[in-house]
Design a protein around this ligand. Structure first.
Ligand SMILES: O=C(O)CCC(=O)C(=O)O
Length: 403
């Protein structure tokens, strides 16, 4: 936990250049040599059988330990992907994050969104960048003082999470080029919840993390920072996007020298149906810096490259065709271009059509395989496309963190 205070950006300048499978394999050989019987990868997250988990979950329920019960039901959900555990984990999370009956009213969320942004446009507070899919620039969402204060909160939380080197995880061994990783995927085979991902073990993560380019996503959950909760209320008023439909805030940071950009993707969670649980109906991006080069938010299908001024926001609808359309809109695909000078800081928040109060709350996932406050750098196929691999640093526990 002690060794790696956040790396200064000048020492990351070679990150993107050295991020090739063979360079990573060489680093592993040099800095984290294997001894007999060892692997550079960690094992499956969950070594308990579903029967054992069911027994432990029942015991946690019986003693009224809601946090452990929710955690175990989430483990069961990951292991089995069964509707039963979706329901049981949801029930427990809703008990942990009660929102009160008043917030449970059902509403047509795409209509409230549309009405509010159209009013903002009529009042000169927003402009339309694209009609289909609907994409808006909201002016003056934050004052200069608020921007400074929010950046202060982000800096404080980044310091907390910068104390340890990250665990380095990949979605596929082909990307690292390291044969050791295949063990992890073999181990995970037949475990539907594991998702075919593997993480380097601690020594291998320490040897490689500085050579992986990444952008950063720092989750700030509901109730953790009054300033963020206040902004949530304002967003609700300005955009019609209700706080009880929102995910947690994410503070995204892209630093020149370290950043590899974030590849083309849509924000639809499962690219399925707007009405599905957790589908990200709309995305909000609030910009906290603009003194950087590169780093535009680009919508290639719309021919738009945007770099909004500090304190303003982009807001877009991820489904179609047209307002209220229920299929994922390919036209809403976007990326973050690589930052080549300075640092880009953006607040991101997704909003689902369905009300899901617990989505913005701290997830109750296990810390197994990670040290306390140890971040994860995860290199994933963005949007499921094998040509689009991007790595991101996360402060949150993630399901593919293994023990
Ligand atoms: O930072 C940006 O401009 C876009 C971020 C984004 O698309 C994402 O994190 O999913």
């Amino acid at each position: 936990m002690q060794e790696a205070k956040r790396m200064p950006s000048e020492s990351c300048s070679a990150a993107a250049a050295s991020f090739t499978p063979s360079a990573l394999a060489a680093l592993l050989r040099e800095h984290a040599p294997l001894h007999a019987g060892e692997s550079h990868v960690t094992g499956p997250r969950n070594s308990l059988s579903s029967n054992e988990l069911i027994r432990l979950a029942a015991a946690a329920d019986e003693r009224g330990d809601l946090i452990s019960a929710a955690d175990l039901h989430l483990d069961l959900l990951e292991l089995t992907r069964s509707d039963t555990y979706t329901k049981s984990a949801t029930e427990r999370l809703q008990k942990l994050y009660p929102m009160g009956d008043a917030s449970r009213v059902s509403r047509n969320h795409s209509d409230t969104f549309r009405t509010a942004v159209e009013q903002s446009v009529a009042a000169g507070k927003a402009e339309v960048l694209s009609a289909s899919p609907p994409l808006y620039l909201l002016h003056d969402v934050l004052s200069a003082t608020e921007v400074a204060d929010l950046r202060g909160v982000v800096a404080r939380r980044r310091d907390l999470w910068g104390a340890s080197h990250p665990l380095v995880c990949f979605q596929h061994d082909a990307f690292t080029g390291h044969p050791g990783l295949t063990h992890a995927f073999d181990w995970m085979r037949g475990r539907p919840g594991a998702g075919g991902r593997g993480c380097f073990a601690q020594a291998a993560s320490r040897a490689t993390y500085a050579h992986v380019p990444w952008s950063e996503s720092l989750f700030v959950y509901r109730g953790q920072e009054a300033l963020f909760d206040g902004i949530s209320r304002r967003v609700q008023e300005m955009s019609g996007l209700h706080d009880t439909h929102a995910y947690s805030w994410q503070a995204l940071t892209y630093e020149a020298g370290r950043d590899g950009g974030y590849a083309d993707h849509t924000d639809c969670e499962h690219a399925a149906d707007l009405l599905g649980r957790g589908e990200r109906m709309a995305t909000l991006l609030v910009y906290l810096t603009d003194d950087f080069d590169g780093g535009e938010t680009e919508f290639p299908k719309l021919g738009l490259k945007v770099k909004p001024p500090v304190g303003s926001a982009l807001l877009f609808y991820n489904f179609g065709p047209g307002w209220g359309g229920r299929a994922c809109s390919a036209e809403a695909a976007h990326r973050s271009n690589r930052v080549t000078r300075g640092s880009k800081v953006v607040l991101q928040r997704w909003h689902s059509y369905q009300e899901q109060p617990f989505l913005a709350g701290r997830p109750i996932l296990s810390q197994r395989g990670r040290r306390p406050f140890q971040p994860v750098v995860s290199c994933d196929y963005v949007s499921g496309l094998r040509t689009n691999v991007s790595c991101r640093w996360y402060n949150s526990d993630v399901p593919w963190t293994t023990a």
